[in-house]
Write a protein that binds this ligand. Structure first.
Ligand code: ADP
Ligand code: MG
Length: 583
């Protein structure tokens, strides 16, 4: 509930819609005049008249009473039509998406036939055939909205049906209907609920539209549309008669849409990063946590002191990184090891304030890169750090490259982003080819024109490294750069990184969960667990004399060729942390 009401606009929507629904529900017990009682002596009284709070209409009927009863009818018709359309449409969509083949073709061509007519015209035609009246208007509106549900539900059902868990259930021989209702349906439900919330507002407008044209509610019965039509005749001289139902429709539809938005954010957590909580350009830093006078180590290129990073707010906050400190000189390589989720990536991203915020924020500590106080740097200063002073290489090379742009162009973009903006034509091309050559891509001139999918994983990682090096950064952060690659390619990429470091005197932060790999490239190492540094020091010293039990088990888990099945991989047994999740 708290999550649902977190967005103030949702609260406003609930208040607007809830208030109107409450009034409409209470209509029979409220002390209201008879909505259909005409009183020709009191015609067209303005709002606030004696006995008529909102005035009277052309036949002297009490507008307040008609408004409350009319809203009740409009809401009931719209809600009923939404339920009918949602039920039939979703069922069609679910079957089409799940069974595919001829079922899909048959159902969807039927839906296409309904979609072939402009939908208001279709609604008018249906009412014309069935005859005017509220019930027929309801049927017409429900029918024209079925395709909307069928289409959106089919799309989702198609993709859910192709998911491995559904395939597994099929292969496992579970009955198809059971898979449909127990496996696919719950995953489609959020889509249906979201679609219903958006449709309800539309349905109110459509009911009002049909009634406005005289095809829905019949006199003397009031609904919002027919009241609007009554008011239209005297719009210029007595605007309140038409304005009041108009405002009522407006508030109702706005309220429903705001609730719909809130519902969508709540049911579909993937959308949370949307309108209301899109991460900013830099990680937020809590003012209380900033250490003004943090002294940096002499000659350190990167210096991190007591870094703390948390995700989320209040009691649910996750303290992902706690009290991490390290420093790095030019030409040095720091390895960060630890199990997945121990805070390695978050620490590395924090160096350029790249941790998504919200939900992340730096709650304490100090970071200096090349003399710049990162935590109090302006956005322009940060841009000067990212890519130019600190280059990043990530685990999955395909994630760092745009699939639809030739790699040469992407590299050129990286070069031009900093300093190289003046470079043009052949000069820029020469630079890009040079970069590709440096990372060992064969025939760089030709490779420039190729797309990422035309390279192997290892080659893509080389290109990603070239991109990170494009602006000759002083620090290279490699976040599990070899984890996604197979072992032989891993070796080549590691050699490449080591060579680059030697040649350029780069400072490097090398992240891995594999102590064996870290040993091959790093000078010193910090071992992280659950956000904290449990051990740090020179690589060889840590490997030879691990002080912490967790490090010992990490070392034990490096497989040794020829050690046979008896090798203790540290999987079983005594766990000092009590979690048993080290592997
Ligand atoms: P790893 O050591 O495997 O690189 P990370 O540094 O990525 O681990 O993550 C450390 C912790 O921070 C994890 O518990 C993770 O769930 C959490 N975390 C990372 N990114 C986010 C995020 N955007 N929102 C919430 N929690 C996050
Ligand atoms: Mg990681």
């Amino acid at each position: 509930m708290r999550k649902f009401l977190r967005n103030p606009l949702t609260v406003v929507g609930c208040l607007l819609f809830g208030g109107i629904v409450l009034l409409a529900l209470l209509a029979p017990v409220l002390p209201l005049a008879d909505p259909n009682e005409t009183n020709l002596r009191d015609r067209l009284l303005p709002p606030g008249s004696d006995g008529f709070l909102l005035g009277t209409d052309t036949l002297g009927r009490d507008i307040l009473s008609r408004l409350v009863w009319g809203t009740r009818i409009s809401l009931a018709v719209a809600a009923a039509a939404t339920l009918i359309a949602a039920f039939i449409g979703s069922f069609i969509g679910l079957c089409a998406g799940f069974f595919r083949g001829w079922v899909d073709t048959l159902l969807m061509r039927g839906i296409d036939m309904v979609l072939a007519f402009p939908y208001l015209i279709l609604a008018l035609a249906i009412v014309a055939v069935l005859g005017p009246g509220l019930l027929n208007a309801l049927i017409a509106i429900a029918v024209v909205n079925i395709p909307f549900f069928a289409r959106s539900v089919r799309g989702t059902a198609l993709s859910v049906s192709a998911m491995p868990f559904v395939e597994a259930a099929r292969i496992g021989g579970q009955p198809r209907l059971r898979i449909l209702f127990a496996g696919v349906f719950p995953n489609v439900l959020p889509v249906i609920v979201i679609a219903m919330s958006t449709t309800l507002g539309w349905m109110i407008l459509e009911t009002a539209g049909l009634s406005f044209l005289g095809l829905g509610a019949q006199p003397p019965q009031a609904d919002l549309g027919s009241m609007l039509a009554d008011g239209r005749k005297v719009m210029l001289v007595h605007p309140h008669v038409g304005l009041l139902p108009g405002v009522c429709i407006l508030i109702l539809v706005i309220g429903i849409n705001l609730i719909g938005d809130g519902l969508r954010d709540w049911l579909d957590p993937r959308l949370e990063g949307g309108a209301h909580s899109a991460p900013g350009a830099a990680t937020n830093v809590e003012p209380s946590g900033r250490e003004e006078s943090a002294d940096t180590e002499e000659g350190a290129l990167v210096d991190v002191r007591g870094l703390e990073i948390a995700f989320g707010e209040g009691a649910e906050a996750l303290r992902a990184v706690r009290g991490v400190s390290f420093s790095l000189k030019a030409g040095e390589c720091l390895g960060i090891v630890g199990e997945s989720g121990s805070g390695k990536s978050v620490t590395a991203m924090a160096l350029a304030r790249l941790v998504a915020s919200p939900p992340g924020r730096v709650t304490a500590g100090a970071i200096h890169v090349g003399g710049i106080d990162v935590l109090s740097a302006s956005e322009a200063e940060l841009r000067g750090i990212r890519g130019a002073r600190v280059g990043y290489v990530f685990q999955n090379p395909f994630d760092s490259l745009h699939p639809l742009i030739p790699v040469g162009k992407q590299l050129a973009e990286a070069v031009r982003a900093h300093g190289g903006a003046a470079l043009k034509g052949s000069e820029l091309r020469g630079r890009v080819i040079g970069l590709l050559g440096q990372v060992g891509i064969p025939d760089p001139a030709k490779a420039c024109r190729a797309y990422p999918h035309q390279f192997s994983g290892g080659q893509c990682q080389r290109i990603a490294i070239a991109m990170a090096l494009a602006n000759e950064p002083a620090v290279l952060v490699a976040d599990e750069p070899t984890t996604a690659l197979d072992v032989t390619v891993q070796k080549h990429v590691l050699e490449l990184l080591a060579e680059i470091r030697r040649e350029r005197g780069l400072a490097m932060v090398f992240i891995s969960h594999d102590l064996g790999v870290v040993r091959a490239v790093a000078d010193k190492v910090i071992v992280m667990r659950a956000g904290e540094v449990v051990e740090s020091g020179a690589v060889e010293a840590v490997l030879r004399h691990p002080r912490h039990e967790y490090t010992r088990r990490l070392i034990a888990s490096i497989p040794r060729l020829g050690a046979g099945p008896d090798q203790d991989l540290g999987i079983v047994g005594k766990d000092p942390g009590g979690k048993g999740d080290a592997q």
